[in-house]
Each structure stands twice: as structure tokens, then as C-alpha cells.
Design a protein. Structure first.
Length: 562
């Protein structure tokens, strides 16, 4: 029998009003009648959208008590709708959530999501001690012509914790921006104004406003120099208080790829970059102008060897890269806004300038040696592995004083990775960085997922980064470096074809405590799906305290009529 069904004595199709009318109906669950109605109407299959109630959800929290959300969607016209979702709580009263969606005539999209609550019982801790709390999120993309769009993505809240407190948005950082974007062939332009916002209770440099940020790339497509390009980046960093900086960067780049008759791959790269920076030092109340020109010349050579082995097709590829990047010219007043972190790993091993942004330059002469290996086995799996090391031969090592970088000595740390994918049923990924000075793996990142989509899904992630190697420390006090050690995972296990257990969690191995965990029960058949879950959030931030919640939602998937 069906999990649920409508039984109707008579069904009438009203083609004029596009409705199907059910008369003398019974709503049965597991063959038991729960509800009887003389008449029930439903839109026919020609109706794409219609105003009405959406699936309600139930939740419970220590903070707001029992809560029910009952969304109602109102179709304004063929191209727009409004969803009103009152979120009624027993302790804090109703939270009103609105979602407006609009499809413009030229193919654009507009989304506006305001919400607010007048708290019945505010906490004594700021910012949760305010009665009225609200936020608005909006984004949109409006085509101008075939090559250009303009758009925006903005978020505003009355305080830092409101959206997280009521599970509206779990982000701890966001940026609001408005932009103009153009793409024609291989040429690209983006002009944006960006406002950064950090929602965590941290003492740090005031958040920046970029007004504007310009990214531009032009490809010349010359007959003999197809990969010659000209790139520009302009950033004006402003703050309500604190230091400010304008940077103009232009770079002429060329790269090519040659393959010899015996299979040797040679990839030369050339670039010439010019930077001009104008910095305002608030403490000295003065401006500083600074310019620099940085050449970058490099070549990588690799020789892949193919072998059709009994267990699969494999490729072993020794690789060497060598090059020169002009020494980083520094000035005491220059700001580092976009290159504060530096993550040396197997992905950027063969790069000469590994800086993640434009404000810093990873200069000097380097040689990188490594081996890549890949195997396509006979059971459908793909294995990739690599290992390598870099050597700083001459010139200024920009990261010599940064122990966490892994490239602060003549020889770098040894980096490696291995990954395996068996038809998405088994997914494994491991990255490591070995510190020769301490004879220890300073970075270990391990991820494993296993899926039998009819029975179970399992995943575990382990991250262990020593304080001396944690690139996130680069923006902190050098004497206050912290390690990162965390274990997280998820499990969905089928008890029967319809019932399954779902769970997930994150455990901080440094503090020996859970960050979050969740366990629940899921039912899913051809007619009905519902989840019920218990969740603990142990993260704290001002009025956000350790909280326990219960979540419940369901979906009637099909309608069976007798």
C-alpha cells in the first residue's frame, strides 16, 4: 500500500479554470483515514505555478523554544513571486521572513530577502539585548547586452549575531558588492565596489572597503604569440579609520607549451609586472608613493612515461621547473591586504611566484623538482599522486622570516598528495607537508568518502596543522601562533529501504571538545519523505551560546488518487 493517498468518489477536470476537483475525498496514511473532506481542488498539469502554502517545518531551540514555519507563496505575475514565511516561536514571538523573486524581460534575476523580529524576551548580552532585530539579503544579475552584465550581492543586518542566532545565515564573514562584468571571447573586465564585514567578536584591523576593484585581461591572439596577454588589477582600499592604499598593477604575460618527438614537454613562461602604490599612514598622517617593476622568467620540463600494466594504464612524469622572479622591493609603509596567507603545497610547487595576491611578491631564483604519477586501474578507479621540493638558489627570499610558509630556507619543506576516485563510490584525498628541520609532517589533511547510494554514505575529514606551519597565523602576532587539529565526518546508514540514520559532527582535537554534532532519522519512499534531527551547536560568540535544537520537515512527494 501507499504510505499516503487520496481516495475520491468523483474527479472532475475543470479545463476552463485549469483545476482538478476531487469530491468526497479521504486522506489516508498507512490505510488509516485521517481526514475526510467533501471537496478538494488541485491545479491541473497545465499550471506551472500557483499561489498556496508550501511545506511547513518544525524546530526547537533552547533559545527560542518551539517554532513552526509555514511558508505561503503568492504569484504576483508570470515573472515574479513573493513568499511570506512567518516563523512563529514560543519564547521570542514571530519572525517574519519575506522572499521576492523576479525574472526580468532580458533574462536577468532579482532576489530580495528581508526579515525581522521584535523579540519578546531579549537576552541580557549584547547584541541580543535589542528588541528589534532585522536583516536583508539581495542579489541580482541584469544583462546589458551580449557581452556585459551588471549586478549586486549585498547583506545587511542590525547586528553581528542575529542571522546566526535564528539560523537564517550561518556565515561569519560576508561581503556586499555591486559590479559591472564583461566577457568577449577571451577578454574579460570586472569593475566592482566591495564592502567586507566580519561578524566574529575579534580585535583586528577595521574591515576594508574596495572602491573600486578592477580586474582586466586582454588576450592579443597574435598568429605567432597566441598566449600573449595583458592583465591589469586596480584596488583602492578605504577604511572608516586606519591605513589606506591604492595599488595599480599591470602585467604583460606569455606562456607556451612544446612537445618534442620523444614526448618531452617544455613550458616556458615570461612576464613583466609593474606596480604603483600610494599608501596613507593614519598614525603619521602622511602619504607614501612607491613603484616597482618585477620580471618573471621560468621554464618547466617534464617527461611522462606511459605503461600499459596488467592492473591498468599508468603514467610516471618526472618534472623540473626553474626560474627567476625579481626581488621583492619593500617599503615600511606598504600594506599587505590581499596576500596575508601563503599556502605552499603540491599545487603551486612548480610556480615561481607563489604569492596569493598582488601586494606581496615571492621573489628570487628557484628550482623545483618533483614526480607526478597517475593510474587508471582496471576496475574504473583513477589514482593521482605527486611529491616534490623547491630550492631557493639566489636572490631575496621574501618569506625567509616566515617559518609557517614552508619555503623560509634554502630547501623548502617536502610536499605531496595522493587522491583516488572509484566511480564516486570511494573518494580519497591526502595532502601533506614534511618539515626536514623537525623531521615531522607539519601538515596532514585527509579526506575519505564512501558511498553505496542504496545503503550508506560515509565521510571523514582529518586536519592536523602544526602552529609553525599554520598559514592562517600569518596575519596574527608571531608569538601567538595556534595549531589547527580537527576531525569531522558524516554518516547516512540505511536501516531498511525507506528508513535511514543520518549524523554529522566536528570535533576540535586541540580543545578536546565538539564544535557541532547532529543525529537524526530519515524516511524516504515514493510518496513521503521526512527528516527529524537533533543538533548541538557548541560555538559561542557574545549572545550566541551553546544551543540544542530539534528540526523536523516533511514532503508529500506524489498524489495517488483512487
Amino acid at each position: 500500500p501507499y504510505t499516503w493517498e487520496f481516495q475520491s468518489e468523483e474527479v472532475v477536470h475543470d479545463e476552463i479554470n485549469k483545476k482538478i476537483i476531487f469530491k468526497n475525498i479521504k486522506f489516508n496514511v498507512l490505510d488509516k483515514t485521517l481526514l475526510s473532506l467533501p471537496q478538494f481542488t488541485y491545479p491541473d498539469f497545465t499550471v506551472k505555478r500557483q499561489s498556496g502554502f508550501l511545506v511547513p517545518t518544525y524546530s526547537f531551540s533552547n533559545f527560542y523554544g518551539h517554532a513552526m514555519k509555514v511558508p505561503y507563496i503568492y504569484i504576483l505575475d508570470e515573472s515574479s513571486d513573493l513568499t511570506v514565511s512567518p516563523f512563529v516561536t514560543t519564547k521570542q514571538g514571530p519572525l517574519f521572513d519575506f522572499e521576492y523573486r523576479k525574472k526580468t524581460k532580458n533574462g536577468g534575476d532579482i532576489y530580495i530577502n528581508p526579515n525581522f523580529i521584535y523579540q519578546a524576551d531579549p537576552l541580557a548580552v549584547a547584541p541580543g539585548d535589542e528588541k528589534l532585530r532585522a536583516s536583508i539579503q539581495t542579489n541580482g544579475t541584469i544583462p546589458i547586452n551580449d557581452n556585459f552584465d551588471w549586478g549586486w550581492d549585498a547583506t545587511y543586518a542590525t547586528d553581528d549575531t542575529y542571522m546566526r542566532k535564528y539560523s537564517l545565515d550561518g556565515r561569519t564573514k560576508y561581503n556586499s558588492n555591486i559590479y559591472l562584468e564583461g566577457l568577449k571571447g577571451q577578454n574579460y573586465l570586472n569593475v566592482a565596489a566591495i564592502n567586507y564585514k566580519n561578524l566574529l567578536n575579534e580585535t583586528e584591523t577595521p574591515q576594508a572597503i574596495l572602491l573600486p576593484r578592477v580586474d582586466h585581461q586582454y588576450n592579443f591572439n597574435l598568429p605567432n604569440l597566441k598566449n600573449l596577454s595583458f592583465e591589469n588589477n586596480i584596488v583602492n582600499v578605504q577604511r572608516a579609520s586606519g591605513d589606506e592604499q591604492i595599488r595599480l598593477t599591470s602585467e604583460l604575460k606569455w606562456d607556451e607549451r612544446y612537445i618534442s618527438n620523444n614526448g618531452i614537454i617544455i613550458e616556458p613562461k615570461l612576464s613583466l609586472r609593474a606596480d604603483h602604490l600610494r599608501t596613507f599612514d593614519e598614525s603619521e598622517d602622511e602619504f607614501t608613493n612607491f613603484s616597482r617593476i618585477t620580471p618573471n622568467l621560468s621554464t618547466s620540463i617534464s617527461w611522462p612515461f606511459f605503461d600499459n600494466a596488467p592492473y591498468g594504464k599508468q603514467i610516471i612524469e618526472p618534472k623540473i621547473a626553474f626560474g627567476y622572479v625579481g626581488d621583492e622591493e619593500k617599503h615600511a609603509d606598504l600594506l599587505n591586504e590581499d596576500a596575508q596567507t601563503f599556502n605552499f603545497n603540491s599545487l603551486n610547487l612548480f610556480e615561481m611566484n607563489r604569492s596569493l595576491g598582488f601586494d606581496r611578491i615571492d621573489g628570487g631564483s628557484k628550482i623545483s623538482l618533483g614526480v607526478n604519477y597517475s593510474l587508471q586501474d582496471d576496475i574504473g578507479g583513477l589514482l593521482n599522486a605527486n611529491i616534490g621540493q623547491s630550492y631557493h638558489i639566489s636572490g631575496l627570499n621574501s618569506l625567509e622570516s616566515d617559518q609557517w610558509s614552508g619555503t623560509d630556507n634554502y630547501h623548502s619543506d617536502i610536499v605531496g598528495s595522493i587522491s583516488y576516485n572509484l566511480n564516486d563510490a570511494v573518494i580519497l584525498d591526502y595532502k601533506t607537508r614534511y618539515d626536514r628541520s623537525s623531521s615531522d609532517n607539519s601538515i596532514n589533511e585527509f579526506n575519505l568518502e564512501m558511498h553505496d547510494f542504496n545503503n550508506y554514505s560515509f565521510g571523514i575529514n582529518y586536519t592536523d596543522i602544526e602552529a609553525e606551519a599554520n598559514w592562517l597565523n600569518s596575519g596574527l602576532n608571531a608569538n601567538n601562533h595556534v595549531a589547527l587539529s580537527e576531525l569531522s565526518g558524516f554518516l547516512e546508514f540505511g536501516i531498511t529501504p525507506d528508513w535511514s540514520i543520518i549524523s554529522s559532527g566536528t570535533f576540535n582535537l586541540e580543545s578536546d571538545d565538539f564544535v557541532s554534532n547532529q543525529i537524526g532519522l530519515r524516511y524516504d519512499d515514493e510518496c513521503l519523505a521526512f527528516d527529524i534531527g537533533y543538533r548541538e551547536n557548541l560555538f559561542t560568540d557574545r549572545d550566541i551560546k551553546k544551543d540544542r535544537s530539534i528540526l523536523f520537515n516533511f514532503e508529500l512527494k506524489t498524489s495517488a488518487v483512487d
